[in-house]
Ligand binder design. Structure first.
Ligand SMILES: C[S@@+](CC[C@H](N)C(=O)[O-])C[C@H]1O[C@@H](n2cnc3c(N)ncnc32)[C@H](O)[C@@H]1O
Length: 186
């Protein structure tokens, strides 16, 4: 179900978010300087706006014990961890997605990883279901599909870890059973 994060008063156990960081599409532009590559096909947000949007969600739409799973990229790894700390969160794990790709052009190396950071508030971590403790590791290996699309394995892992928890996806691009969602493309 789609929710309006500015009006809803529902409370969630899991916030899963994939912010629209400002970035290029990859090394294409440098390899082929005259190509139009490099632009994202959706609007992006400044770091400050991303921080404020999440603060509003965390303050108003979370249960006391909750976890935040936030996607980020190398370019913003430090900033993401910093602003989450400023919002009162501790990082529990950096889950790395190894994005399996073909041989794409790159100026130096191909960036083939993204991070799914797990945050919680001190003393308020929501523990995963007993039957899956230790089942998942900090590495997800999955093929890249559409640009910016995150691996299905991430949903499957969270659904398995927190079977009965209420879940909200921010910046979603598709509906998924068992999740509420919000975003301008869903
Ligand atoms: C990184 S993509 C999300 C990709 C998605 N997680 C997936 O796996 O397909 C970020 C999304 O945020 C959306 N977005 C950008 N600015 C927004 C805003 N101000 N309000 C709502 N959504 C926004 C973009 O249009 C895009 O759909």
């Amino acid at each position: 179900m789609k929710v309006d994060i500015y009006k809803s008063n529902k409370k969630y156990d899991i916030i899963y978010t994939d912010p629209p960081w400002k970035q290029g599409k990859g090394g294409k532009k440098k390899v082929r300087p005259n190509s139009s590559g490099g632009e994202l096909d959706y609007p992006t947000m400044s770091l400050q706006d991303i921080k404020e949007l999440h603060k509003n969600v965390f303050d108003n739409l979370t249960r006391d014990n909750h976890n935040v799973f936030m996607w980020t990229i190398d370019k913003y790894l430090i900033e993401t961890e910093q602003f989450m700390k400023e919002l009162g969160y501790t990082m529990h794990a950096r889950i790395v997605w190894h994005k399996v790709t073909g041989m794409a052009p790159a100026f130096t190396v191909r960036y083939t990883n993204e991070y799914l950071l797990w945050f919680y508030k001190k003393g308020k971590i929501l523990m995963l279901d007993d039957d899956v403790r230790g089942k998942y590791s900090t590495l997800i290996t999955e093929k890249v599909e559409r640009h910016s699309q995150k691996p299905k394995a991430a949903y499957l892992m969270l659904e398995d870890m927190f079977k009965k928890s209420t879940k909200l996806e921010l910046f979603a691009r598709s509906y998924r059973d068992g999740w509420d969602c919000w975003g301008n493309e869903v």
